[in-house]
Design a protein around this ligand. Structure first.
Ligand code: 5GP
Ligand code: ZN
Length: 114
């Protein structure tokens, strides 16, 4: 999709630190990491959010498998958090679905201040 930041990363038009890649997924380090490990896992195919991704079960399964592979590769033996921010209440900023893989230290409460 034209003018989609993450489609442009998939195409190699915008540089990113790619840590894992399959035929259907790309995983790269977040430009503004919120934890020692902060990797974004995306499907190659453009889907705006996790609701749209859910309509493509094969792509959804591939994203989950890639997230698990990233967690193993990054050595997140203490656990990790997998987040799909969806829509305005969740603060979604990029409308190409991405799973945040966060870990590398205790992550604290699930939501700020809760
Ligand atoms: P959202 O708020 O949509 O769930 O998360 C978007 C994420 O994309 C943010 O964590 C932000 O730091 C990251 N991000 C935004 N632009 C870029 C970029 O150009 N490159 C990379 N690697 N990450 C980006
Ligand atoms: Zn896209």
């Amino acid at each position: 999709m034209e003018n989609c930041l993450f489609c442009r990363i998939v195409a190699g038009e915008i540089p990113a630190t790619v840590v894992h890649r399959t035929e259907t997924t790309v995983a790269f380090r977040d430009i503004d990491p919120k934890a020692p490990t902060h990797v974004l896992v995306i499907p190659v195919a453009h889907h705006a959010d996790v609701v749209a991704l859910a309509a493509d079960p094969a792509a959804a399964a591939d994203v989950l498998a890639a997230a698990a592979a990233v967690a193993e590769q990054e050595g997140l033996t203490g656990g990790f958090r997998l987040i799909f921010n969806t829509g305005p209440h969740a603060g979604q900023e990029v409308f190409h679905v991405h799973a945040h893989v966060l870990g590398g230290e205790p992550l604290g409460p699930m939501l700020a201040g809760k």
